[in-house]
Write a protein that binds this ligand. Structure first.
Ligand code: DX5
Ligand code: ZN
Length: 228
C-alpha cells in the first residue's frame, strides 16, 4: 500500500472552548476534520500551561478520527506511558526537549504509538536526519510554540529540505502554527501533508453554530486544491 500523502487538516483544540472539549471535538470532526491535534504544554518548555494525561484520556472518548498529541514539555520520557494509556494515536516530542530524542522516539513506538518529532523555527532540518527511520511524522513549527493565533513564520525552505531528506520513507510532514488559506498552499506545495490549524478553524463558529468550522476547513483545503 502506498503511503498516504493526501492533505489532512488537524484542528488544534487549543482554540476550542476549554469548558466544552467533548462537543468541540465532535463538532470539528462532523465538519470535516481528519485528525484532532492536542497541544500539551508544561509552563516550562513553553511559557503556557494546558492539560495533562487525565484530560487527554477524557478527550479520547470523543475522538473518532486520529488523536495527534503534541507534547511541548520537558522532560518527555517519564510521561510516555501515561499518554499511551490516555489513548494517543501519535505522540510528538520536540527535538529541543532533551538530549536523547532517539531514545524518546523508540520509547514512544515501544508503547504502541506512532512517533512524531517536532522542530522549533530556529532548529535546522538536519537535527532529525538520524531519526527518520524511527519516526512516523516530522512536525515543522511555523510559530514559536506556546500560543495559538500567532503569525506564520515562513519555513517553506525547511519543509522542502525535509521532503527531500525523507524521500520514500513513510513519514508525514506536519505544519503547526499560523496555518490559514493564505499560508497553507506554501507549505503544501513544499511537501507537507498534515496541516494543524487552531484559530483558522475555530474562528466564527461554536458548538451551537458549527457550520463555520466546516467552511474554515474547506477554505484551507480549497486553497491547496488549486495546486497542480
Ligand atoms: C502552538 C501550538 C499550535 C497552535 C496552532 O504552540 O502547537 O498547535 O495551537 O494554533 P494556530 O493555528 O492558531 O496558530
Ligand atoms: Zn501543536
Amino acid at each position: 500500500m502506498t503511503f498516504d500523502r493526501s492533505l489532512k487538516i488537524a484542528p488544534s483544540i487549543l482554540s476550542a472552548d476549554f469548558a466544552d472539549f467533548g462537543r468541540e471535538i465532535r463538532a470539528v470532526e462532523d465538519q470535516g476534520a481528519n485528525w484532532i491535534h492536542v497541544d500539551v504544554m508544561d509552563g516550562h518548555f513553553v511559557p503556557n500551561l494546558t492539560f495533562g494525561p487525565p484530560a487527554v484520556k477524557a478527550f479520547r472518548r470523543h475522538v473518532t478520527t486520529f488523536m495527534d498529541v503534541h507534547l511541548m514539555i520537558a522532560p518527555v520520557d517519564p510521561y510516555i506511558e501515561a499518554y499511551a494509556d490516555a489513548g494517543a494515536d501519535l505522540l510528538t516530542a520536540h527535538v529541543e526537549a532533551g538530549p536523547h530524542i532517539h531514545r524518546t522516539l523508540q520509547a514512544i513506538r515501544g508503547n504502541g504509538m506512532k512517533a512524531g518529532v517536532a522542530l522549533n523555527p530556529g532548529t535546522p532540518a538536519e537535527a532529525v536526519a538520524h531519526v527518520l527511520d524511527i519516526c512516523d511524522l516530522v512536525c515543522v513549527m511555523t510559530v514559536n510554540p506556546g500560543f495559538g493565533g500567532q503569525s506564520f513564520i515562513d519555513m517553506t525552505a525547511k519543509v522542502r529540505q525535509l521532503r527531500t531528506m525523507i524521500g520514500d520513507r513513510p513519514v508525514h510532514i506536519e505544519i503547526d502554527g499560523g496555518v490559514t488559506p493564505e499560508t497553507a498552499p506554501l507549505v503544501r506545495e513544499a511537501g507537507a501533508d498534515v496541516l494543524v490549524a487552531g484559530s483558522a478553524v475555530f474562528s466564527g463558529g461554536s458548538v451551537e453554530t458549527p457550520a463555520p468550522y466546516g467552511e474554515n476547513i474547506r477554505a484551507i483545503r480549497l486553497s491547496c486544491d488549486t495546486l497542480v
